[in-house]
Design a protein. Structure first.
Length: 62
């Protein structure tokens, strides 16, 4: 169980690092746009991402 968690954490770090490696300037610009977004919009976007992740994990475990 702990090994699987480490694998998932490693994959998350890889995915999170790709935009910074490929285009740091564009990634910084995208992050600055996030500050302009409404909190409720960001909250809804976070919920969508969490539900998508939950669905992916559910389908992968099936």
């Amino acid at each position: 169980m702990f090994g699987e968690l480490l694998i998932v954490l490693g994959v998350v770090l890889i995915v999170e690092g790709v935009p910074w490696f490929l285009s740091p300037r564009r990634t910084k610009r995208m992050l600055s746009e996030l500050f302009r977004m409404n909190d409720n919009t960001l909250r809804a976007l976070g919920l969508v991402f969490m539900l998508a992740g939950l669905l992916i994990v559910y389908l992968a475990r099936k």
